[in-house]
Write a protein that binds this ligand. Structure first.
Ligand code: ZN
Length: 293
């Protein structure tokens, strides 16, 4: 496995790291890819700290860990992490989906209960075989449903997605298998340099008279529902005896935060038979990484 980190460097400070000809001049940021053993990686860590302390600003605006696997590596893993490539809006809540928030954790917002069908807006759903809304509602195409039925894959529960009038051709996918427990080896945080378990209290001064105070966001729930804002490592799960009996799972612990329509979301995991199906049937919208048992 080859791991590189994508950084979008804030062009205000990019000259501290990059040559003038490396900086994308017609943009606010410059995208670079850096391995952890690259000397730039350590420089970015130091500059991030300095820019924060000196100017209360960000040296990079976004980071993302990219993992490249050999074909054999992916083929030999019995458990895989499903990365859903497409995210869309509006979310269910904006389209009339009902949630019972009384079941949700008061601290992190995880585990609210959906009541009835997932309702979405006609024409908003991407033409993919899997996609998720910004609120973490996962849906799949009819082609996907036919493929899992033909192959007898287990662990999935499917319900039609409805529109304001009538039903769509899409299905909401949830797991009917036991939730998998993430082990302590699974690392989550704000980004690769920032393991904060919550945000600071933010005070936005838009007008001097009415400062807006934003609540502190909790990324790592003391009750154990959430483990961090973003998943930074490959997932590690504890072995359960029935793991071979299912092809689709979600993790018990969630990643993310309650913010507007956003809610903490589990990690999605699958068997090698599931991945084979996706490849053979040419199902779109999936990416896979290795998960460890
Ligand atoms: Zn919680």
């Amino acid at each position: 496995m080859k791991e590189v980190i994508e950084f979008r460097i804030n062009n205000r400070y990019a000259n501290l790291l990059l040559q003038p000809n490396e900086i994308k001049s017609n943009s606010t940021n410059t995208v670079i890819y850096v391995a952890k053993d690259d000397e730039k990686f350590e420089k970015i860590r130091i500059l991030t700290k300095q820019i924060r302390e000196k100017y209360n600003d960000f040296f990079f605006l976004y980071s993302n860990i990219k993992r490249e696997y050999g074909k054999k590596e992916l083929e030999s893993s019995s458990l895989l992490n499903i990365k859903i490539k497409t995210t869309f809006e509006p979310a269910g809540e904006e389209c009339g989906t009902v949630y019972d928030e009384t079941t949700a954790c008061k601290i992190c917002g995880a585990n609210r209960k959906q009541v009835g069908f997932l309702k979405l807006k006609r024409d908003s759903i991407p033409k993919k075989d899997i996609a998720r809304t910004i609120a973490g509602e996962v849906l799949v195409s009819e082609k996907f449903v036919i493929a899992i039925e033909q192959r007898g894959l287990r662990g999935m529960s499917l319900e039609k997605v409805s529109y304001a009038e009538g039903f769509s051709n899409y299905y909401q996918l949830t797991a009917s298998s036991p939730q998998l427990e993430l082990s302590k080896d699974t690392i989550a945080g704000v980004n690769i340099f920032d393991m904060s378990e919550s945000s600071d209290v933010l005070e936005l001064i838009l007008s001097k008279k009415y400062p807006v105070k934003l609540d502190r966001e909790v990324y790592k729930c003391p009750k154990g529902h959430t483990i961090g804002l973003n998943l930074l490592s490959e997932p590690y799960v504890l072995k359960i005896t029935v793991i071979d009996e299912y092809d689709y799972f979600v993790s018990r612990q969630k990643i993310g935060v309650k913010r507007g329509l956003l809610r903490p979301e589990p990690i999605y995991l699958c068997s090698q038979s599931f991945r084979t199906m996706v490849l053979e049937e040419k199902l779109t919208g999936f990416d896979f990484e290795i998960a460890h048992i």
